[in-house]
Design a protein around this ligand. Sequence first.
Ligand SMILES: [Zn+2]
Length: 353
Amino acid sequence: MKTSSERWKSFSCIIIVILLKGVVVLKIREHHPPKKLLQALSLEERFPTHHPLYPLILKTLRREKSGFSGEKKIDFYLHRLQFPYVGLHSVRLAQNQVHFQVDTLMITPTFITLVEIKNHSGTIRFHSGKMHQDYNGTTESYDDPITQVNEQKELLRAWLDERGYTDYPLETLVVMGNSNSHLQIDPSQIHHLDRVIPINLFNEKMRELNEKYDRKRILLSECHRLGKLIDSHCVMNETCLLEALSIPPSQIIKGVRCPECNRISMKRIKLRWECSFCKARTHTAQINTFKDMYLLYGPTFNNKSVCEFFDIDSNDFAYYLIKSMNFKKLGRGKGSIYHMRFDRTKEFTYLLK
Ligand SMILES: [Zn+2]
């Protein structure tokens, strides 16, 4: 049973109430770094740099990092909106077994907006159902984000209909988060002109949309309930980078990560961990190493896997390290397995710093 202070703590963790000049903004769901990004960050130090797959890991890392930092740029603008709304980030829902993802979802009493955020640099063009990026003399093509966000809208509409939120006006926006990008939209592409905007115009566009709707569908308190309902149905994208790139687990560098310099370089010296590179000393280097293990091998492990991943040869020491973490234990004796749980929104900052 949770105590009342624990209940309040978990409540306050997911709901950040920001009062801005009397405008109530309820942020129900934070940005969640994608699993692929965290895995790539972990592998940056835990994979041999000379391995032929290493450049692919770095390429994934750059792309995922750029996408995630773009998603977070919207916060600066959201905090300046002068009308009440309920906000959710990294929303991923399933409708009839089809998963769909929305970077930012804004619920107001009169309408809902789905925001897709792109962080590409260079010149961005739209042609033949694709988005083209011209950058440094090369062109890369992607799915048209307008098509993407329209599909998300239809799936969200069906999801809301099933839960009694019918006829709620849904708006879509594609926001280009990179201030170095140049949008090139043909005047005939009316829908793109209206829906693809640079991030500095986001608030102006949101004010325009807010003025378009005056019929209240639900009260703000009901917006909050709907936001909580959506949050409770969110599932994480568990796309695994190791599988996607066929990374052999045997190649992963084992050992304990230094909390100061992030290298896999901690040695156990006189009951403490000491970094052989930066000489940092600590009693708690096992924490981030368990998190790495969680990212790369999944949430379940046993004593033997700790010996292997931490590169230690004592079962007793492995047991001591496991005990220090208070993980959930399943089974007894030598056959015990353990289950790790970490909050993706705040427990991997050591990789994101
Ligand atoms: Zn170090």
